[in-house]
Write a protein that binds this ligand. Structure first.
Ligand SMILES: *Cc1c(COP(=O)(O)O)cnc(C)c1O
Length: 359
């Protein structure tokens, strides 16, 4: 069996050790004679998994007192609506920064619910980029400011977060746990699990307790942050297997140098790839240099025909899922935490061969 070099943007590659561990425990978790996904979410075996997943996240991210770690469902996309439903009351305004396709979806969902002020919009700019923090004019007394830290489709990442008086809320679905973070800068961070955390099926929410307390009583309980917080994300059946996967992935990160360690590896992987793009007249990066993402590397070839041929030939060499998002085209190499350095080397070698044969 050979594993593919899987450049998928999400659901994405998982560390091989993690998959092997999950495989080993699949039929008999902890001597129970059953899989983690076949047992009660209220039993002691699952409880230990739930606690370790939270504890590992707290350790990796240095999450301060006064914040809670929640495991929710519905993906990051459901958070686009739950955030204004919980945190934006009548008469208030929420500030949004639109920097690409995902933050565009977030603002559209919020506009259905309350009054929104769009502080900046770079979603249509080419080269793709993040708005500049110094250009932002925040609303006085805004309920919150919403950002997306990494735009998965266009391949841009926020390097410095805006300094806001209002609570700062970030969609970190595609770069959570890829670099050290000062959690106290944020009041809420959320991420769908299927890019850098685990498999699909759970959404991580890190929220300041005082913010969660604002959830209105009029909302259905399961949609209220406060209710999820009070019930330790176990008000109803939790997505136990994806949370177990978070536990294994965070264990793997802790054993491999934590977030400083992974950031260094991510910078090396992305650095080599961007160097190859910059060193050639054949490949052209699509993001502004200062904003480009170490997670999703986006580039173009001289023609769409060459792009299609590139993706096809790469696929034949077991380099899969290099096609850019259907909305933008081009090539996208998603190289999340779990993506091995050898895979990046293989792609670079192939890029050089392809250029030599087709330039
Ligand atoms: C993938 C992605 C989402 C959507 O996540 P779902 O879990 O599919 O709802 C939202 N934001 C960003 C930045 C993403 O990369």
């Amino acid at each position: 069996m050979t594993r593919a070099y899987n450049f998928s943007a999400g659901p994405a590659i998982l560390p091989e050790e993690v998959l092997k561990q999950a495989q080993k425990e699949l039929l008999d978790f902890n001597g129970t004679g059953m899989s983690i996904m076949e047992m009660s979410h209220r039993g002691k075996d699952y409880a230990a998994v739930h606690e370790e997943a939270k504890a590992n996240l707290k350790r990796l991210l240095n999450i301060p007192e006064g914040y809670s770690v929640l495991f929710m469902t519905g993906g990051a996309s459901t958070q686009f609506s739950l955030i204004p439903m919980n945190l934006l009351s009548d008469g208030q305004t929420a500030d949004y920064i639109t920097s690409g396709a995902w933050s565009s979806k977030a603002i559209k969902a919020a506009q259905k619910i309350g009054t929104i002020n769009e502080l900046a919009n770079t979603a249509k700019e080419i080269p793709t980029c993040m708005p500049k923090n110094e250009d932002l004019q925040f609303t006085d007394g805004a309920a919150y400011v919403h950002i997306c830290s990494n735009e998965t489709i266009s391949g841009v990442q926020m390097k410095e977060f805006p300094d806001t008086e209002a609570p700062l809320i970030a969609d970190m679905s595609s770069d959570i746990l890829s670099r050290p973070l000062n959690v106290s800068q944020f009041d809420m961070i959320y991420a769908g699990a299927q890019k850098n955390l685990a498999c699909a099926g759970v959404t991580l929410v890190i929220i300041k307790d005082e913010l969660a307390a604002k959830s209105p009583d009029t909302l259905p309980e399961l949609m209220r942050y406060q209710y999820n917080l009070e019930n330790d994300s176990l008000a109803n059946t939790a997505p136990t297997f994806p949370i177990y996967m978070i536990m294994l992935v965070t264990r793997w990160l802790l054993a491999n140098g934590g977030l400083e360690g992974i950031q260094k590896m991510n910078a090396e992987k992305a650095g080599k790839l961007y160097e190859t793009i910059d060193g050639s007249d054949f490949y052209k990066g699509t993001a502004k240099v200062e904003d480009r993402s170490p997670m999703n590397v986006t580039f173009r070839l001289p023609t769409e025909e060459l792009e299609a041929q590139f993706i096809k030939e790469a696929g034949a060499k077991r380099m899969s899922s290099l096609k850019g998002h259907r909305s933008v085209g081009g090539v996208r190499a998603s190289i999340y935490n779990a993506f091995p350095a050898e895979g990046v080397d293989a792609l670079i070698e192939f890029m050089k061969e392809f250029e030599a044969a087709n330039a």
